[in-house]
Design a binder for this molecule. Sequence first.
Ligand SMILES: [Zn+2]
Length: 549
Amino acid sequence: MKGTFAQAELHIIRARLHGGKLNKAHKGELHFALPVGFVFDDDKIALDPDQEVQGAVRTVFELFERESSAYAVVRRFQELGLRFPRRSYGGAWDGKLLWGRLTHSRVLGILANPSYAGTYVFGRYQACKQIGPTGEIRTQSRLMPQHEWRVVIPGHHSGYITWDQFLTNRQRLAGNRTNCEVLAGPAREGLCLLQGLLLCGICGRRLGVRYTGNGGIYPIYQCNWRHREALSRQACMNVPSKPLDDAIAERLVTAVTPLTIELALEALTSLEERDKAIAAQWRRRIERARYDVDLAERRYEAVDPANRLIASTLEKRWNDAMQRLLELEAELANFERQTLRTITAEQKRQILQLARDFPRLWTASTTAARDRKRMLRLLIQDITVVKGPEPKRLRLHIRWQGGTTETVELHLAPNRAEAVRYHDAFVARIRALAVIHDDDEIIALLNRDGLTSSTGKPFTVSMIRWIRHKHRIPGPSLPAGTFSVSQVRKRYGVSMWVVYYWIDRGLITAQRRKPGLPYAIMLTDAADHRLRNWVASSPRLTSPSPNSN
Ligand SMILES: [Zn+2]
């Protein structure tokens, strides 16, 4: 009874406090933490007298005016090596300004804060209670739309921008956001199954969804954080959503079987046992605390009221014991709420039935995308996406609810540039032709057969050269029994120019089928003898060591 009373009293006090707060806010007198660039001057909000701070804030607004994007502001700060102040709260640095990197979220926060336009606003954020996926109650602070702000006092203090500028900035920001998931409508709902579940394997942040392509119909999962903060030239990753969704869905359908569910339920039962033991421990402590309260109460009742000093000490003890009991009870309630794992036999039967039906349920066209997402979240905690080691390869590290982990390897389909590659049979044909034909002849042969490139154009020398380079196809080899210039050079230990000299003077017989193609040199026994003599007697050769191989 006393406990209930205390609770009611607390509620009244809170309500009274809140009413007072609102009254103060209506007059614009309720103080809250000021954004960077403002200070309290005798209870009034004023611009920070520190010129460096003012300059930093003004620079953000000026750059946004010019560049129209928060990302561009961050990039300019980074390029110019500028820093931005941040006020720290609590700890040894309480209230101090720390200078550091300007982040993307800071820019968004500054642009969205009406204080910078000299306007006093109360109720921009409101705390709301929500019931989480596992039944716990969460308090979240939610950004309210402008028409729901409780108190708005324009011209309350001097600002950095005008109200009109503030509105323009907000509009621009909203305009920049058109490509993001914010606008995802019901038609897009079914596309990205894993939205919110994926983590970036490079920076650890959550992957977002972005719609690309004509009309924004191709969804991709993207981690853009490093790029947005101007820390990297590229996004950490951009991966098409469909192959990822398909891979996880496939894994899910095979993973969820009556057997795995039965195992999970067994594990749950053992956790249940453990929770029961812990709860029993709690109850014993509460029992003890209750006894202490009773004892303190009886002692207080027993004391002679005339003996005031003793009475007040005993009253305090009674109060303390009471307080302790309340705390313990609250903690137990909290524990029970968090570990609500008790499952009835009937629920177990239903869950097993669901497991048996799972593949059918998952693939049924009547199952809404939202329900599939909900099922996914019940089963999977998160998935870390890691690129590599080879291109077009992804590894998905799945963390199932309950802590089990596993890795799924995924090959992505080649993108368009690679999809138009030549198939193996065609490459083999080029390889066969290249043994005896040069690139011009290959083109002529292919065009004669009416063949065209993968993009439907007639073949050119550069196309054939590229195919030969890509597949390491050598040019036409020399006719049998002939030698190349470099082979002859090595054989007699002379320079390349000496060989050309021999060819030029007719000392050796060399042929080439076309200007620009390599020579094919024929060496008869007589020619070999002649050349060896030439090398041995030539005074101009510094190292006439004949090489016989
Ligand atoms: Zn990342």
